[in-house]
Design a protein around this ligand. Structure first.
Ligand code: HEC
Length: 561
């Protein structure tokens, strides 16, 4: 009897302690639900009022919920390797912000679209790591690592790199979640042949045949209802001048392939090293039942650069991509040229390159600010030192005009009159990812002569002509008529296509799929130089490379094959 009482007391004490030190609550599935969930939401609540304000707010909240859930520390297996599930023990303050987040265990685009259209490894198996990055263990086996590989440093549409104060290039990564990966794997969309098969009844390639899984709202954020999410991350290579503890940080293989990202810059040599990196920007794109054009959101670190407004005050803080000593305020404006595309050749290994002077022009809208405050408060009250209090939602872009149903499980479908869904906000950019196309200036009009909506107006600049967004690559035809001096996630991504030329449902990386065909592969290799020392790969070789890197068999066995 006494023993039972004592056991109860101990249990009570244990639970008591749990509640004192762990204010979060676990739901039935064992995942955290408060003060934030460790699972992404599947959609906004369908009972959200049909007003613009209510929807805007709900999508901004969804963006924050996704941001937090994706950045939860990943669960670890008995060997201590991260797995693509949120940890049930560690919170957002884990290891002072230095850990592997859930989304980093998702395959990167470079893990999916392999040479020779080889079959990608299973979800959560780890990342395809270039041989040059890897060490062999004593048995000669190549180590498969959990580290992401950052091989990109030029912004989308070849808009150029961002260079930090030490001359290091910002690096970019693309990851796809399980729903997307499984859809791609099931339909073999990792190969040009699989994409052609998808389009077999679409000979003119004018219809969208790719239909990624759609997220559904559920009260307890059921992970089975999440739907498709893809992300793009931007990273700074951390150095002695950085306030490291302010960043979410981890280690990654920073990899330059010979010839650079597009294999067209001979001054770039193959190079790889494991480096400490800090997150400076994060795009999240989520396909939900209410948003057939996906929900687009982007987050930034607070210290990336000053706002234009800050120049009317004293620039006190040190910024990551802005050196106030070299660009003091003059008459309330920067005294230097800013947001200028770096001179070519773009080679991250070249020394003496001019750092980017990054000034932020696109400010969060009113409602994004409100939701930022709400989440910032939630994070700070739970974990006063969490790095996540240093990130904010720049804004969210979601469709405002869709047909309420017609899709699978009653999902909304595009309104044929507005294929892009008339997105709001009209423009959205991240200062580290769409640096050179931030948006319009006040008073400008779109090429179709529409005024810029008040929400999207840039800060007013005197008409000096000194600062202009990067020049346009041509008019864009989606409704709204904005050309590419501005960044609209939806408008630009609605051009994304498969290798057949038909729509890839807004996902650009599907165009990376290669052919299983030897002849095609040969031309491709000869054109790009490749990373195989110029050797022409056959289908068999290509899959060997994959197995070899994945550590499925020893290098000696590969050689004997
Ligand atoms: C000027 C055109 C353009 C704009 C504007 C743009 N993107 Fe992209 N984005 C691209 C291209 C091109 C890629 C593909 C890069 C690759 O495959 O290496 C890409 C890649 C991505 C990816 C990785 C997955 C993929 O392959 O598509 C995400 C996530 C993403 N963008 C989100 C956004 C968000 C969010 C915005 C708005 C804040 C945005 N993009 C604005 C052109 C654009």
């Amino acid at each position: 009897m006494l023993a039972i009482v004592r056991r109860h007391v101990i249990l009570l004490l244990a639970f008591g302690l749990l509640f004192v030190f762990r204010p979060e609550l676990a739901n039935a599935a064992g995942c955290w639900t408060a003060p934030y969930s460790c699972n992404p939401g599947g959609d906004i609540n369908p009972s959200t009022a049909a007003t613009y304000e209510a929807k805007y707010r709900a999508y901004a909240e969804l963006a924050w919920r996704d941001f937090i859930a994706l950045n939860f520390p990943a669960k670890t297996n008995p060997q201590g390797k991260p797995e693509p599930k949120p940890s049930k023990v560690h919170g957002l303050d884990y290891h002072a912000g230095d850990y592997t987040a859930v989304w980093q265990t998702w395959p990167e685009a470079r893990d999916i679209f392999l040479a020779g259209a080889a079959v990608p490894a299973a979800f959560g198996a780890g990342h395809q790591t270039p041989r040059d990055c890897l060490r062999k263990d004593a048995s000669g086996r190549i180590e498969l690592t959990d580290k992401i590989v950052l091989d990109e440093y030029v912004q989308a549409e070849r808009m150029g790199p961002v260079i930090d104060k030490r001359g290091q290039y910002v690096r970019y990564g693309l990851n796809l979640n399980q729903s997307m990966f499984e859809y791609i794997a099931a339909h073999q969309l990792y190969s040009a042949q699989g994409q052609a098969a998808m389009d077999v009844n679409n000979p003119d390639h004018d219809k969208k045949t790719v239909e990624f899984p759609v997220g559904q709202y559920s009260e307890n954020d059921d992970p089975a209802m999440t739907g498709s999410i893809f992300v793009k991350s931007s990273w700074k290579i951390l150095d002695a001048s950085d306030n490291k503890l302010s960043f979410y940080r981890t280690q990654a293989y920073v990899y330059d392939q010979a010839g650079g990202t597009f294999a067209d810059e001979p001054t770039v040599k193959e190079q790889c090293s494991l480096k400490p990196i800090g997150l400076v920007g994060f795009h999240i794109v989520h396909l939900t039942s209410s948003a057939p054009q996906w929900v687009w959101s982007t987050f930034e670190h607070v210290d990336n650069g000053p706002w234009l407004n800050d120049f009317t005050f004293l620039l006190k803080r040190a910024y990551t991509f802005f050196d106030a000593a070299k660009c003091p305020a003059s008459g309330g404006l920067p005294s230097c040229a800013f947001d200028t595309v770096p001179a070519e050749p773009w080679n991250p290994q070249r020394s003496g390159q001019t750092p980017t002077q990054l000034v932020r022009l696109a400010a969060p809208g009113k409602l994004a600010l409100t939701v930022n405050e709400q989440y910032n408060h939630r994070i700070k009250t739970t974990y006063p030192n969490s790095v996540w209090a240093n990130y904010f939602l720049v804004d969210v872009q979601f469709p405002t005009n869709v047909k309420a149903s017609g899709g699978e499980q009653g999902a909304a479908v595009p309104n044929p009159a507005y294929p892009d869904g008339l997105p709001a906000t009209s423009f959205l950019s991240n200062s580290t990812m769409e640096t050179y196309i931030p948006g319009f200036f006040h008073g400008q009009i779109t090429p179709s002569s529409n005024p810029i909506p008040a929400d999207d107006q840039m800060q007013t600049l005197p008409p000096t002509g000194a600062v202009m967004p990067f020049s346009s690559t041509g008019p864009h035809t989606v409704s709204g008529g904005a050309d590419r001096t501005t960044s609209s996630c939806v408008s630009c991504h609605s051009d994304a296509a498969m290798t057949t030329g038909s729509s890839s449902d807004f996902v650009f990386s599907l165009s990376r799929a290669q052919s299983k065909d030897k002849t095609h592969l040969r031309t491709l290799r000869m054109k790009s130089g490749g990373d195989t020392g110029g050797k022409v790969l056959t289908r068999h070789d290509a899959s060997s490379v994959v197995e070899y890197v994945m550590g499925a068999s020893k290098p000696e066995e590969q050689a004997g094959k």
